[in-house]
Structures are given as C-alpha cells and as structure tokens.
Write a protein that binds this ligand. Structure first.
Ligand code: BG6
Length: 293
C-alpha cells in the first residue's frame, strides 16, 4: 500500500448532519472517502478518489430511528434473518452506536471504533460488549468485535456485514470464490445445494447462505472493468442476495429498478455457522474490501 506521505492530502474527520438529520462522520484519507452514520454504525459510502463508489445506497432508503438504512453496510447482530415477533436481522442496525475512539495512524489511515450501547433488547442475552472498528485507507476494513462479559453463561449469536456492492449491471457481473461450497437456498425454502459454478451469474432472485465458506470472494464487473475483493477472517458464512424484480417492487425503501445496480455479498457467521462464545471470550470478525481495475 502506498503511504500517505507520498500524497499531500492529510486525513480529515468531519462530523456532519447526514440525511434525516442523523449524525454522520466523513473520513477522508489520501486514498479515499468514507461516510459512516452513528445509526447502526452504518457505512453508507466508500469511494477511492479515482474510482466510482464501491457501495450501493438506495435512493429510496429511509434515514429514520428504528429503521434500517437500505444499502452500504448494515451491521447484522445478534441474529440474522427473521425471528418470530422480533425485528428482522437483529437490532444493531437500527440503533445508534457511540464513537469510542478515533485513531489516526502514521501511514495516513484512520480507524474509528464504535460501541453498541446497552439497549434493553440486549437483555435477552448474557452481558456482552459489541464494538466495531472501521479503518479507512486504500481499502475499507471492518472488524466486529464481540466479548462475552458473563462469568457463567455462553453467548450464542449470529453476525453479518450485509454489504451492498455497487455494480454497473447485475446481469453482467460474476461472483467468484464459492465453488464447491454447500448453500441454503432461501428462494427454494432453504433447500441445501452445492455451488457448481466458479463464476456465479445472477439472472433471477438470488438469496443464498453459503456455509463453511471462509475464502475471499470476488465480484467481477465486466462493464465497469472492476474487480471488488471481499477478504475475511473468522467469517464462515457468505450470503449472496439480489431481490430481482418482484421483491424489489415489494420493498418500500428500494427503487423498482435498483436491483440492476447492486449485489449483496455478505460476510458473517450465521445459521449453522452461528458462534458460541465461552464466558470472558472475545471473537473478532474482520472483513477487508478493496477493488482494482
Ligand atoms: C438478506 C436475506 O441477507 O437480506 C434476505 O438473505 C433478505 O432474505 C435481505 O430479504 C434483506 O433484508 P432486509 O430486512 O434488509 O429487507
């Protein structure tokens, strides 16, 4: 990675009123700009100075308390998917997080550490600490750090960085890195299947949980002539999702045509890959997003 000293632009952290007057932080480094809402500790934008944004954000997204932002990187925790009588995909994405620390590094990177306050919804779990560190430089690095603060009970949870990537035309992309893995096909009532394709194409609704899949995934965007790399540590599930036409029309916070401009490649530990943390233990899931032409 090039160091910032070769570039005159100093790193800058700016606190702003974002959309819906929600507090937002803009981080600009020598290489890139990122925008993060305290609501959900939600990264809504990551853009290298000489490239198109790598994250998709819906033009119809809500920016409201207790509602998820549609696009960017929703932090899904402590459960993934639907739960009877509970909010979809956990409460972390719809709650305000606190900034705990801003760490400028000598190489020009900036890290921001968030902490999920102790909301009543967490009361159903043993006491835990959930922190999220976002590091901005040439790449975007995300670390979700969960500690079980109980001295007696295990902490069982799911987590997922539900990343929406921007693509020029979803029909012209391929997703690589999942061949040979089993997946649960949500479009086929969670049928268990095996991925046969090295280059997955999307031509209808896709909603798959790949299991025991910890390798790097790449999105090859033929029209933008760009490859996005999703590299991860301590994440054994990868979810690939595109709502396609009918589901797009049902979602109030998503444009009817926007399915053409995005694909979710989500890094997590969900379903049978859920985590169980012994008392006092910490788990860190780390995801690094980068792109090249
Ligand atoms: C994906 C799920 O991760 O998230 C899909 O696999 C779901 O089933 C999608 O539709 C979006 O969920 P939500 O709650 O943000 O609309």
């Amino acid at each position: 990675m090039a160091t910032a000293s070769k570039n005159p632009v100093p790193a800058r952290v700016t606190f702003l009123d974002g959309r819906g007057e929600m507090p937002m932080v803009e981080i600009t480094t020598a290489w890139s700009t990122a925008e993060i809402y305290l609501h959900g500790a939600h990264v809504t934008n990551f853009k290298k100075h000489d490239e198109a944004p790598i994250l998709f954000l819906s033009q119809c997204s809500r920016f409201e308390a207790n509602q998820p932002i549609r696009g960017g990187i929703p932090v899904i925790f402590p459960w993934f998917g639907a739960r009877e009588g509970m909010t979809m995909h956990g409460f972390a994405r719809i709650k305000a997080w606190e900034i705990k620390e801003i760490i400028p590094a000598p190489d020009g990177s900036v890290s921001m550490r968030f902490r999920l306050p102790n909301y009543p919804e967490a009361g159903a779990y043993p006491p835990f600490l959930a922190e999220y560190v976002v590091t901005v430089n040439e790449a975007l690095t995300l670390e979700l750090i969960v500690t079980n603060n109980s001295t007696e009970e295990s902490l069982e949870f799911e987590e997922c960085l539900h990343t929406y990537f921007a693509v020029e035309d979803v029909g012209a992309i391929t997703v690589a890195g999942l061949k040979g893995h089993s997946y649960l096909d949500k479009v086929a009532n969670f049928a268990k299947k095996t991925e046969m394709d090295q280059a997955i194409r999307i031509a209808s609704e896709v909603d798959r949980i790949y299991l025991d899949a910890s390798g790097t995934v790449e999105i090859h965007d033929a029209k933008l002539k760009r490859v996005i790399r999703v590299a991860k540590e301590n994440s054994t599930s990868t979810v690939v999702w595109n709502p396609w036409i009918a589901k797009a029309q049902q979602m109030p916070d998503f444009g009817n045509e926007e399915y053409q401009k995005m694909v979710c490649v989500e890094s997590g530990n969900v379903n049978v890959n859920k985590l169980t943390l012994a008392p006092g233990k910490t788990s860190t899931m780390k995801v690094t997003l980068n792109s090249h032409h």
